[in-house]
Ligand binder design. Structure first.
Ligand code: SF4
Length: 297
């Protein structure tokens, strides 16, 4: 009898993620050609600089590192199609809040049971889903440890989308919606403990009022603009991001922060050193354009 072989270099099963990793070697441009994007909400300023100046990745994405995001994109596209089938509207609606920051709303609909809606879709790991829902899950057991909240970066992102769409749309968009689905549902056994309704086993939806999302979006626009101004002068912004509790955190490329663990510029960032760095002094290799001239430095 022959032996079963587990392929660590698969012929078939890895093809999809390999194609996603190949596509991810080239960064996506911003929606409307701006320096910054809504999806940078809460993100690292230094990384935004590397993206804008077209730095070559020093840690290029691998199939494993893009797999979850790829699945999330597929599910997000399918979710937008389901919303279009039910309510009409538009997926991937681009907009900009000013000449520096743009992005695309996952879905924008005008004729829904809650009126005009800008929708942001996120697929989260079970860890992040638990955090958003206030669940604690461990094997077949689960409990509630809080009420949970929508991911703050998603609220800022959808808020910026709403402000950007409003700028050309001409009518107010007062309610924005964040939808989150989990990569791992609450199992039947876990739900014996949790006792949540069917939807809350795999998803959550938050309608967020304007007096909540607008100040968050405006604060984030100010933060991104401060990075943009440094980049415009030919500098890489500092390694600052926003962490839990909406507090500014200073990142360390040798630390354990998730932002750095997922960053494709980690060793470049380390060799460029701390603080605000001149692009002309950076060790980066450029892909193509956006390199500052001596005049700009
Ligand atoms: S390694 Fe960390 S600090 Fe450096 S650019 Fe990436 S996310 Fe920012």
């Amino acid at each position: 009898m022959g032996s079963i072989i587990r392929e660590t270099r698969p012929f078939f099963t890895g093809l999809l993620a390999e194609s996603w990793a190949l596509a991810a070697q080239t960064p996506k441009p911003t929606a409307l050609g701006t320096m910054l994007r809504y999806s940078g909400a809460n993100g690292c300023g230094r990384r935004m600089g590397y993206d804008w100046f077209d730095a070559l990745y020093t840690e290029p994405p691998t199939p494993a590192s893009v797999f979850q995001a790829g699945v999330g994109t597929l599910v997000g596209e399918a979710a937008a199609n389901a919303m279009i089938a039910k309510y009409g509207g538009e997926a991937e609606k681009p907009s900009k809040v000013n000449d520096w920051i743009s992005g695309s709303a996952d879905w924008f609909g005008e004729d829904t049971p809650v009126g005009r809606v800008v929708f942001e879709h996120k697929m989260k790991s079970s860890y992040a889903f638990n955090k958003a829902m206030g669940y604690k899950r461990n094997g077949g057991k689960a409990s509630r440890v809080g009420n949970g909240n929508p991911p703050p970066e998603a609220v800022k992102q959808v808020g910026m989308n709403a402000l950007g769409i409003e700028a050309t749309y001409g009518k107010p968009i007062n309610s924005v919606v964040v939808g989150v689905v989990s990569t791992e549902i609450v199992s039947v056994m876990q739900n014996v403990w949790l006792k949540v309704e069917d939807f809350s086993r795999y998803g959550a939806e938050w309608s967020i009022p304007r007096d909540v999302w607008e100040p968050m979006a405006l604060r984030e626009i100010d933060r991104l603009m401060a990075f943009g101004e440094m980049m415009d002068l030919g500098y890489l912004p500092p390694r600052l991001a926003v962490g839990d509790g909406d507090v500014t955190v200073e990142l360390d490329p040798h630390g354990t922060a998730w932002q750095c663990n997922y960053c494709p510029f980690r060793s470049l960032c380390h060799s460029d050193g701390d603080g605000t760095v001149r692009v002309l002094d950076s060790k980066m290799e450029h892909r193509t354009t956006n390199e500052p001239t001596e005049m700009e430095s």
